[in-house]
Design a protein around this ligand. Structure first.
Ligand SMILES: C[S@@+](CC[C@H](N)C(=O)[O-])C[C@H]1O[C@@H](n2cnc3c(N)ncnc32)[C@H](O)[C@@H]1O
Length: 278
């Protein structure tokens, strides 16, 4: 293609407008493999055609495909481990034993292929086997990755990445093609649905625990702040926001208290009612 710069610019603009994911000029080289993938996997036959479709197409399937291809879905079970230890050893005991909540509302807001919400569910089940009043919402912008999450099927590499053999055997069944399928009593508790953190309307004061990991790193500072404001509103007072390793609230003015639990930083929303009552 003669003028590839234009394709990079139009694609980067499209992705930014629809997802908030920022590809600056220095990142254009990272679009090459994505452009190749779109040409391989959709109806566009060449880079010229792709450029034309990006400028003109209103076909929802094509637009969803672009978003699918331009997102990074890297994930694995119990990623970084410490956040799940913090959940098990501090956050759940605080919410369920100290505050005696009889219902937990949890949101994994960039859940990719489901390993994160499944790790949360296994953590709860292992610690409180009899506690079942859990609303576990798991959302992502990418429709293809959500379909995979809903299927609950993982190949042997994915299944063995991050999870102990004991948990694998307890919560998964081995199925054909050397794959593992999550048992229905675990996966049926998870409500998978599409949600664009960048543009959608957030529920207010709903969640006790909110996992938002390894997604805001792809946003510029302005959009990261806007999303953090909305996540703050979505948290209940007394709730926790859990971000990715190395992610922080730096540059944001939201009022969450930083705590280190089980060697990981988590962010706590003050519960002014309980503060005044104390
Ligand atoms: C790198 S994965 C992280 C998955 C999981 N949270 C983890 O830490 O293992 C990032 C996910 O964020 C999703 N994503 C990117 N932009 C998004 C947006 N604007 N709204 C919702 N999800 C988004 C991607 O589709 C991808 O599945």
């Amino acid at each position: 293609m003669e003028n590839k710069e234009e394709l990079y610019r139009v694609l980067a603009d499209f992705v930014f407008k629809n997802t908030g994911i920022f590809y600056g000029e220095r990142d254009y080289y990272r679009l090459d493999s994505r452009i190749d993938k779109m040409i391989r996997e959709s109806d566009v036959a060449s880079e010229e055609e792709l450029l034309k479709s990006l400028k003109q197409s209103t076909d929802k399937e094509f637009l969803a495909k672009v978003i699918d291809v331009c997102t990074n879905n890297e994930t694995f079970f119990f990623r970084d481990q410490n956040p799940f230890n913090a959940l098990r050893d501090h956050i759940l005991p605080e919410l369920l034993e100290k505050k005696k909540l009889n219902q937990l509302n949890i949101w994994s807001c960039a859940c990719s292929s489901g390993q994160e919400p499944l790790s949360i569910m296994m953590t709860i089940k292992e610690k409180y086997p009899d506690f079942s009043s859990i609303s576990m919402e798991a959302t992502d912008i990418s429709q293809t990755i959500l379909e995979k999450a809903k299927s609950g099927i993982y190949n042997s590499l994915e299944a063995q990445r991050g999870i102990s053999i004991q948990l694998l055997i307890k919560y998964f069944d081995q199925v054909e093609n050397n794959c593992w399928k999550v048992k229905s009593d675990l996966i049926d508790k998870i409500q998978y649905k599409p949600f664009n953190l960048f543009s959608e309307f957030y529920p207010s004061g709903k969640y006790d625990v909110l996992f938002c990991r390894n997604v805001l790193i792809y946003q510029n500072m302005e959009n990261k702040n806007k999303i953090l404001q909305k996540l703050f509103q979505a948290l209940k007072p007394g709730g926790y926001l859990i971000m990715g390793a190395g992610e922080s609230l730096i540059g944001s003015d939201i009022k969450l208290e930083q705590k280190t639990l089980s060697g990981t930083m988590v962010f706590y929303k003050q519960d002014l009612n309980s503060f005044q009552a104390a």
